[in-house]
Design a protein around this ligand. Sequence first.
Ligand SMILES: Nc1ncnc2c1ncn2[C@@H]1O[C@H](COP(=O)(O)OP(=O)(O)OP(=O)(O)O)[C@@H](O)[C@H]1O
Ligand SMILES: [Mg+2]
Length: 261
Amino acid sequence: MIEVRHICKTLPGGRRVLDDLSFTVRKGEFVGVLGASGAGKTLTLRCLNGLLKPDSGSILIALPGGGVEDICKVPSRKLRQIRQRIGVVFQGYHLVKRLTVLENVLVGRLGQISTFRSLIYGFKDKEAEEAVAALEKVKVAHLAGARVSSLSGGEMQRVAIARAIFQNPHLLLADEPISNLDPSNAKVIMRLIRPLCEEMPVIGVFHQPEMTAKYCTRIIAIKEGRIVYDGQPVLTQEQLIDIYGEELRQIENHNHERPVL
Ligand SMILES: Nc1ncnc2c1ncn2[C@@H]1O[C@H](COP(=O)(O)OP(=O)(O)OP(=O)(O)O)[C@@H](O)[C@H]1O
Ligand SMILES: [Mg+2]
């Protein structure tokens, strides 16, 4: 469970980019965060991941061993520990291209093993087996020995998900995980991410309202740093226009005016 309570963030120039956000996400939920460019979606995820500290408010995370911590208040060492069990998947994959697929997955747990073992890449056989199991889960185990630089975008994103799974996370965050992908690969990735919410809360930022409505269990929409919608993954055209602005109406009208080919 992750519970965000009244978080605010103001930039040094005085612009408030996160304005009193509150929401709770539980295991079993796959929340899709929507919003126009610059709305504050990435900033929100950065706060949830402990990379950015809000000016006020709290972010309570249920820990795997029991107990709850406010990541805005814990000391940095504890925060590092908590962050090791937060899986993140980004738009740009964030993989090490010169390493193999298997090595990239193993890297996901570097923060959890001793410095000495990590210096010599001292992973145990059991860990390698678990890494392969994570790759199997996203159906790219056959690529374990391949260099990441030789993979397609869809394959890279699967490896990124496998790396997050291998971290054994208790929270999964994804920032635009399907933005670089063609529609068919995007669907594959959504289908891989969705069942993960049975084991942990999953929060993803998307720019594809239809895909979000289809695969997420709930939608949160952010506009100018505020939550303007939080509920069922069903949005009307008017709600979408409210979220994305009047330009969307113009695009829609333009599409209707175009002759059907
Ligand atoms: N490090 C920073 N310094 C100054 N302004 C920032 C910083 N990071 C983000 N911002 C500003 O805060 C606002 C919200 O940014 P954020 O990255 O959360 O947008 P977003 O909703 O993720 O947009 P996009 O869909 O384009 O990724 C933007 O106006 C952005 O310019
Ligand atoms: Mg963003």
